[in-house]
Design a protein around this ligand. Structure first.
Ligand SMILES: [Zn+2]
Length: 135
C-alpha cells in the first residue's frame, strides 16, 4: 500500500542512492497531499524549520507507475540541494531556471525516466486523472 511510510522509505532510498553526497541538514518530512491535475509535488519550509515534501495524493493509485513517484521525489530533492526551502544556500534565482532540475536529474542517471515521464504525462495521465477524480 502506498502510504506516507512507503513514501518515507522511498525518499530515504532515493536520497542514499542518488544523492549520497547531499547532507541532510534538517528534518525532512514527506507526505501525500492534494488531488492535482498539473502538479506532481512541492517542497516547502515549515514554521519549525523542517522541510516538507508533498506528493500528489492521486499517485497513491497503482495505475500511476512507481517511477513517477520516484521522479517526483528526486525532483523535490534537487530543489532541496539547490537551496530551495532547505538550509542550503540558494543557488539560483528561480527553482527551475534554465532547466536546472532536469539537468541535475540527467546527470544522476534519470534521463531515460524523464523521457518516459513526459510520454506518460502526455498519453496516460489525463485518463487516469479523470478516472480518479470521479470517486
Ligand atoms: Zn520543481
Amino acid at each position: 500500500m502506498r502510504d506516507d511510510q512507503w513514501l518515507l522509505e522511498k525518499m530515504n532510498n532515493i536520497w542514499s542512492s542518488l544523492f549520497p553526497e547531499v547532507e541532510r541538514k534538517n528534518n525532512v518530512v514527506i507526505r501525500f497531499k492534494g488531488r492535482w491535475k498539473n502538479k506532481f509535488g512541492h517542497i516547502k519550509r515549515l514554521k519549525n524549520k523542517d522541510t516538507e515534501i508533498v506528493i500528489n495524493s492521486l499517485f497513491k493509485d497503482l495505475n500511476v507507475p512507481a517511477y513517477i513517484v520516484n521522479l517526483t521525489i528526486a525532483h523535490e530533492l534537487v530543489h532541496y540541494m539547490h537551496g530551495f526551502n532547505s538550509p542550503y544556500q540558494q543557488q539560483f534565482k528561480h527553482p527551475h531556471k534554465g532547466g536546472v532540475v532536469n539537468k541535475e536529474l540527467k546527470n544522476r542517471g534519470y534521463e531515460d525516466l524523464l523521457k518516459l515521464e513526459r510520454r506518460w504525462f502526455k498519453d496516460e495521465w489525463l485518463k487516469i486523472y479523470l478516472n480518479l477524480i470521479k470517486d
